[in-house]
Design a protein around this ligand. Structure first.
Ligand SMILES: Cc1ncc(COP(=O)(O)O)c(C=O)c1O
Length: 390
């Protein structure tokens, strides 16, 4: 059984609670909605119940958006390994450098978590067609989970996206529309076509449940690190659901007493030099991010010129005492190749970007040798091989 109760504005703007038994998307004020749980009752849920549970993100089902007796749409997502990167750590003077390897999820990226949760709710709410704009990985995950749920999937993807992303959507039976533009243009066209047809829109943060899947990365980290937080989390950031989800999870985990409230990990958003709206807003001290003009990067997942949850990402970075930085494509590719050659990890350029950020933060003295660092390899390398081969 789950302690899921209602949905609430993320600002919060004062709007009354939203009923999760109805389709809900954004708040009336335009901000994302967040799932809320009865955390006072959840304090009675002991973490000692976890060992022996299924090795997926649904092992935390009490704090996931499920109703009584409901089974999620699952392909085995989550509970990915936390690898001790000894070789790369030694070269950086870090004893405790870890890679949370999200490439081992179904469809090879952390997007599986979000889509497992979103498609589970969409099916419950009677959707027959799932629709979304995507940089690539989210579309692959949505297509796979829609197939598993018996739903139709409509994917809108920039026409210059790497070919394997398009082919994999089709492999799962999705209908793909190639869009002349960026993910933001794809989002507009998906809404124009899907709105009148009643398609269920699972765009990043426009529906409240992808973030619930992503938050489980923090639950797993806590469990895998024996209920202590690392000093640093290094996260490649596009739309930001991972950052926002993990920050939400910290609130929940502290509220139920699984990790003592106190010092949380410093959150680092890593973006591309060619598309860094969050980094610019962080440096300017702004609460929201201006859209990035002419976005370009080899890391498709980071080519997000405008994030609807920008203020939530910026809040998390600042509240944690973290930072935001961008890296050039050439450094991302070098990072992917190092993760491969030194640790045996299949890393997308997004994961390579996270390693490049660690190198910079160590070189500048911001990350200290005794500190523990978790970098997120958000996806695998195979769909980017052309770019990685240079
Ligand atoms: C491999 C990879 N890493 C990172 C991201 C960015 O994720 P988020 O939108 O949660 O910031 C994406 C998004 O497409 C991605 O595919």
């Amino acid at each position: 059984m789950s302690f899921f109760t209602h949905l609430e504005c993320s600002v919060p703007c004062g709007a009354p609670p939203f009923d999760p038994r109805q389709r809900q998307f954004l708040c009336r004020c335009g901000a994302p909605l967040l799932a809320r749980y009865d955390l006072a009752r959840a304090r009675g849920w002991s973490r000692t119940t976890l060992p022996g549970r299924e090795p997926t993100m649904w092992r935390y089902r009490e704090l996931m958006p499920l109703f009584d007796g409901e089974e999620p749409i699952s392909l085995g997502e989550g509970f990915t390994p936390l690898l001790h990167a000894r070789s790369l750590g030694a070269s950086l003077g870090l004893d405790r450098l870890y890679v949370k390897d999200e490439s081992l999820n179904p469809t090879n990226s952390f997007k599986a978590r979000g889509q497992s949760a979103a498609v589970t709710r969409a099916r419950y709410l009677g959707a027959s067609t799932i629709a979304l704009p995507t940089a690539g990985n989210a579309g692959n995950a949505a297509a796979a989970y829609s197939a598993a749920a018996g739903l139709t999937c409509e994917v809108f993807i920039p026409k210059d996206a790497k070919r394997p992303f398009v082919d994999e959507c089709r492999l799962y039976g999705a209908h793909v529309t190639l869009v002349d533009g960026l993910i933001t243009d794809a989002g507009r066209i998906a809404a124009e076509q899907g709105g009148p047809r009643g398609w269920y829109d699972v765009s990043t943060l426009k529906e409240p449940y992808r973030i619930e899947g992503k938050k489980t990365m923090a639950y797993e980290l806590a469990e895998q690190m024996d209920w202590r937080w690392p000093d640093w989390i290094i996260y490649p950031t596009g739309g930001g659901t991972g950052m926002v989800g993990m920050w939400k999870a910290f609130d929940e985990i502290e509220a139920i007493g699984w990790v003592a409230a106190g010092r949380r990990p410093r959150m680092v958003s890593v973006q591309a030099d060619g598309c860094a709206p969050i980094v610019r807003a962080f440096d300017e001290g702004a609460e929201k991010a201006r859209p990035w003009e002419g976005a370009t990067t080899v890391a498709d997942g980071l080519r997000v010129p405008r994030a609807i949850g920008d203020f939530l990402i910026l809040r998390a970075i600042r509240a944690s005492g973290g930072t935001a930085l961008s890296v050039p494509d050439v450094a991302m590719v070098a990072g992917s190749l190092k993760l491969g050659a030194r640790e045996g990890v299949s890393a997308a350029p997004e994961g390579g970007a996270a390693l490049s950020a660690v190198e910079r933060l160590v070189a500048s003295g911001r990350i200290k040798p005794h500190e523990s660092v978790v970098l997120f390899n958000t996806g695998g390398a195979l769909k980017y091989l052309d770019a990685l081969a240079g």
